[in-house]
Design a protein around this ligand. Structure first.
Ligand code: RB5
Length: 147
C-alpha cells in the first residue's frame, strides 16, 4: 500500500496522482487533507511518515508547493528516508542508492505528467544494497545518537 498526502497547494495534483497510482495497480491511501482549506504540511508529513515507519504503507508520497517543507518535516521521523525530487535521475537514484521510502514532489515546481513519470520510476526501482546498505546503517547510527 502507498500512503499519500498533501497540503492545500497540491490537492488536485494529489487526486491525479492517486488515480494514476490506482491505474498502475497500487493500493493507495489518501491521508488528507480532503478540503482546500489552508493546511499545515507538517501534520500530513507526520501521518504519511508514521504509516511508512509502522509498516502499514510500503512507501509514501508527500506533496506540497515545493516538496521541501514536507521533506524537512518527514525527515524528522526516525526511519524515514525522504527524497524531494524534481527530475527522474534523482528519483531513481534515491531508490537505488538511498532506499528512499518517501518521495516528495512540489506541485508548484513540476507538472503533473513529469510527476507521474517520477512516481512510476520511483516505485519500480529497487534498492541496490551492497555498499549503499552500509551507508544507510551509518545514517541509522546518526539517528540513534539523537543529536
Ligand atoms: C504553502 O504556501 C507552502 O509553503 C507549502 O506548500 C510548501 O511549499 C512548503 O514547503
Amino acid at each position: 500500500m502507498i500512503a499519500i498526502a498533501s497540503d492545500h497547494t497540491a490537492l488536485l495534483y494529489k487526486k491525479e496522482l492517486l488515480d494514476f497510482l490506482r491505474t498502475l495497480g497500487h493500493e493507495a491511501e489518501d491521508l488528507g487533507p480532503l478540503t482546500s482549506e489552508p493546511s499545515d504540511y507538517p501534520v500530513y508529513a507526520e501521518k504519511v511518515a508514521l504509516s511508512v515507519t509502522s509498516g502499514r504503507a510500503q512507501k509514501g508520497i508527500l506533496l506540497c508547493g515545493t516538496g521541501i517543507g514536507m521533506s524537512i518535516a518527514a525527515g524528522k521521523i526516525r526511519g524515514v528516508r525522504c527524497a524531494c525530487c524534481s527530475e527522474l535521475y534523482s528519483a531513481i537514484l534515491s531508490r537505488k542508492h538511498n532506499d528512499a521510502n518517501i518521495l516528495c514532489l512540489g506541485a508548484r515546481v513540476i507538472g503533473i505528467e513529469p510527476a507521474k513519470m517520477i512516481v512510476q520510476a520511483w516505485l519500480e526501482t529497487p534498492f541496490e544494497g551492497q555498499r549503499h546498505a552500509r551507508r544507510l546503517q551509518m545514517i541509522e547510527e546518526l539517528e540513534a545518537r539523537g543529536l
